[in-house]
Design a protein around this ligand. Structure first.
Ligand SMILES: Cc1cc2nc3c(=O)[nH]c(=O)nc-3n(C[C@H](O)[C@H](O)[C@H](O)COP(=O)(O)OP(=O)(O)OC[C@H]3O[C@@H](n4cnc5c(N)ncnc54)[C@H](O)[C@@H]3O)c2cc1C
Length: 278
């Protein structure tokens, strides 16, 4: 088993300096069965702020990178494949559907775990089968997804609820002309990039409420562009924080706390993180 030592900065899309701590990092998840203690699993780090080490080892899905087209609309994808890579390869086979995620560099496993959603669509809609590994029982299980609602809800999944490691998934995509896919990709990526950059952010920090958009609430509270130490709330989207090279993990956590306190004291709204603070 090959375990590397890395600074936490290298593992989160925030690229913020860790609290001067290193983590043990196992690149090959297939060696995880040899670990006899709980570990934290990392996809592409687009939704994780690493603040303090809670487990001794962080395990990556980065080597799970195979995509297999099975004919028709079916695609088998390993968990470490990035969504843009899957979208691009599927486009060459006239298969679309996942454009709403573009160009967020998340992994397939992380996206299924979180039930990635945007523009009134969710990734769970396209998932037909998921193969998981349990850290507790060390069993590998194939879950057939006949009824999507049994497995997915808003930013949540059966896999998240049961702390399962996603190893691979079977998608049923939609037959589409590459030109239509290309048009959708440009439309979605211009919308996103007009709001915030892909690097040094984690997307939305807080979940939306059932009846309100958290970005709108924070905007009404004047938080757009709010600067704190070396980090800042995005000037175009009050639910997004942008880190800089000088940002430290702890100050990002402090900024998140300030936003929560502001929403609670001024609007009596409790905000809940969508990101993982680890
Ligand atoms: C610029 C930007 C825009 C974004 N926009 C959106 C958006 O529109 N909608 C949205 O929903 N999210 C958005 N996000 C958030 C993020 O991309 C998603 O939550 C994504 O699903 C996380 O995938 P990841 O591979 O980066 O996971 P990570 O950040 O590495 O991990 C996130 C969580 O998933 C778990 N995990 C990762 N891989 C696996 C696996 N194989 N099996 C089990 N658990 C796993 C981790 O343990 C962790 O708890 C955005 C992020 C960024 C940076």
């Amino acid at each position: 088993m090959q375990v590397k030592t890395l600074n936490a900065k290298q593992l989160s899309n925030f690229k913020a300096l860790g609290q001067d701590y290193n983590v043990h990092f196992l690149e090959n998840i297939l060696e995880a069965a040899e670990i006899n203690e709980p570990f934290f699993l990392l996809g592409k780090g687009t939704n994780v702020l690493l603040v303090t080490p809670q487990h001794d080892i962080i395990v990556s899905t980065k080597l799970l990178d195979k995509i297999t087209f099975l004919g028709g609309t079916l695609v088998q994808t390993e968990a470490g494949v990035s969504l843009p890579e899957l979208i691009n390869q599927a486009k060459r086979k006239n298969l679309g559907g996942l454009e709403f995620t573009f160009p967020v560099p998340a992994s397939v496993g992380g996206a299924i775990y979180q039930n990635f959603g945007a523009y009134a669509q969710e990734i769970g809609t396209y998932v037909k089968e998921v193969t998981t590994y349990s850290q507790i029982t060390k069993e590998i299980v194939k879950h057939k997804i006949n009824n999507q609602q049994d497995f997915f809800s808003y930013r949540d999944s059966y896999f998240k609820q049961n702390k399962l490691v996603i190893l691979k998934a079977l998608f049923s995509l939609t037959e589409m002309e590459p030109e239509n896919i290309e048009n959708k990709l440009s439309e979605v990526s211009s919308k996103r990039l007009a709001l915030y950059p892909m690097s040094n952010t984690l997307g939305s920090i807080f979940k939306n409420g059932e009846t309100y958009s958290t970005g709108k609430i924070l905007d009404e509270l004047g938080m757009k562009g709010f600067a704190y130490k070396h980090s800042q709330v995005c000037t175009n989207h009050a639910n997004v924080i942008i880190a800089t090279k000088q940002s430290r993990c702890l100050e990002l956590l402090e900024l998140i706390t300030i936003l929560k306190k502001t929403a609670k004291t001024k609007k009596n709204i409790e905000l809940y993180e969508e990101i993982f603070i680890y």
